[in-house]
Design a protein around this ligand. Structure first.
Ligand code: UD1
Length: 381
């Protein structure tokens, strides 16, 4: 049994890590005849040290067995490059199963390639829907799910979405959230080990991430958000590790004056918006745990803050992760300046949302995935 596990972009790495660990755990208990060999393929969608290598280092993931090195491009270019390169890998390796995670272009490209070669696909984090097809990830989710043979979901709502799309119930498994497996495993270490931000006091800053094309590629929208952030930063300093795309757009739109670039992580004046490079996993987790609240347009951070019990304001009009609103600490504030400011002030005035941890977000999702794959697939071969 040969399994290919695909990772390509930053939000994939913390999702493949627990799956690989469980696979190794399973192999360690088998006779060598029954071992499953897994191969980690990195598409190279993300390639900067802080967007990729640093995650391998922090999470002690062994280096990818195969690196496709595709890099950036338009959606068509990037997807096509991954498909061509991944097809060659499949010809060479002849896998029995391809596991993809999340909703990035690498997920889509490798799913289409595997499906055309009649290789079964397992999709981890299936069934999430924003119902907004202007969002590139929504297209990736719908196509990947339609091609998958095993659909592993993070919440019961995702099962319902898949059933409504006509996907057979016996392909769908509600297992919990692998990203939370990693969060729970590393939370304490991140809190104790990272010393770089020691002059930031607990709950005395807000943390911000922003990278959605709909937020950062449009000058008017980015300006509206920036103006809100400037107002909030008069009350509480904002730490902003910015995605490369966002850094480029800030420069292009000549918004750099709104941001400060701290040297040696000394946030001396403790006012304003501090622009940093993207951070490695443990450093970012450390900042999340200690923050007063988080502003973000990321998908994963909405889930991580829910588990940490940390108030989260999501700068989007919709979310594919409604469980973080219904049960967690998340509030959708869109890109309206007044709404962003008002909800931030609410939190600063002690009225942050309190939530609970969603069902099965307990650190054991990868274990369930591997048990299901062994029972329903590996042992049947
Ligand atoms: C991708 C995912 C998104 C995820 C995000 C997390 C898709 C469609 N989107 O968006 O779901 O939330 O990753 O980061 O797959 N760049 C660099 N260095 C890098 C990577 C990217 O400079 O290591 C720059 C490039 O100029 C590139 C741009 O960022 O053109 C966008 O990268 P891309 O992978 O296309 O999409 P993301 O915006 O990162």
């Amino acid at each position: 049994m040969k399994i290919i596990l695909v990772a390509g972009a930053r939000p994939n790495f913390m999702k493949v890590d627990p799956i690989m660990n469980e696979m190794e755990e399973y192999n360690s208990k088998q006779t060598s005849k029954r071992n499953s060999k897994y191969i980690l393929v990195h598409t190279g969608q993300h390639y900067d040290y802080n967007m990729s290598d640093s995650f391998f280092k922090d999470l002690e993931i062994h280096p990818p067995d195969i690196h496709l090195g595709v890099g950036s491009g338009t959606h068509g270019e990037q997807t096509a490059k991954i498909m061509v390169a991944f097809e060659n890998v499949c010809f060479e390796e002849k896998p029995d199963l391809v596991i993809v995670v999340g909703d990035v272009n690498s997920t889509l490209a490798c799913s289409i390639t595997a499906a055309k070669l009649c290789i079964p696909i397992a999709h981890v984090e299936a069934g999430l829907r924003s119902f907004d097809r202007t969002m590139p990830e929504e297209i990736n989710r719908i196509v990947t799910d339609s091609l998958s043979d095993f659909l592993f979901t993070t919440c019961r709502g995702a099962n319902e979405n898949l059933k409504k799309e006509g996907i057979s119930e016996n392909k769908i498994y509600f297992v919990g959230n692998v990203m939370i497996d990693t969060l729970l495993k590393y939370k304490n270490l991140a809190e104790s080990k990272i010393k770089k931000f020691s002059n930031l006091k607990k709950k005395e800053y807000a943390l911000l991430t922003l990278h959605r094309p709909s937020n950062v590629d449009n000058k008017k929208t980015l300006q509206e958000i920036t103006e809100a952030l400037v107002e909030i930063s008069k009350e509480v300093p904002i730490i902003f590790p910015a995605h490369p795309r966002t850094q480029k757009m800030i420069e292009r739109f000549e918004f750099s004056n709104f941001f400060q670039k701290p040297s040696n992580f000394l946030f001396s004046q403790m006012k304003g918006i501090y622009l940093l490079s993207p951070l490695p996993y443990l450093e970012f987790l450390h900042l999340m745990v200690k923050a007063k609240f988080i502003l973000t347009d990321s998908g994963g951070i909405q889930e991580e803050t829910t588990v940490l019990g940390m108030p989260c304001l999501t700068l989007r009009e919709n979310t594919e992760r409604p469980v973080t609103i219904k049960e967690g600490t998340n509030i959708l504030v869109g890109t309206d300046k007044e709404k962003i400011i008002n909800e931030s002030l609410n939190i600063l005035n002690g009225k942050g949302k309190i939530g609970r941890i969603p069902e099965l977000w307990d650190g054991k999702a990868a274990k369930r995935i591997i048990e299901i794959l062994i029972d329903k697939y590996i042992n049947q071969k």
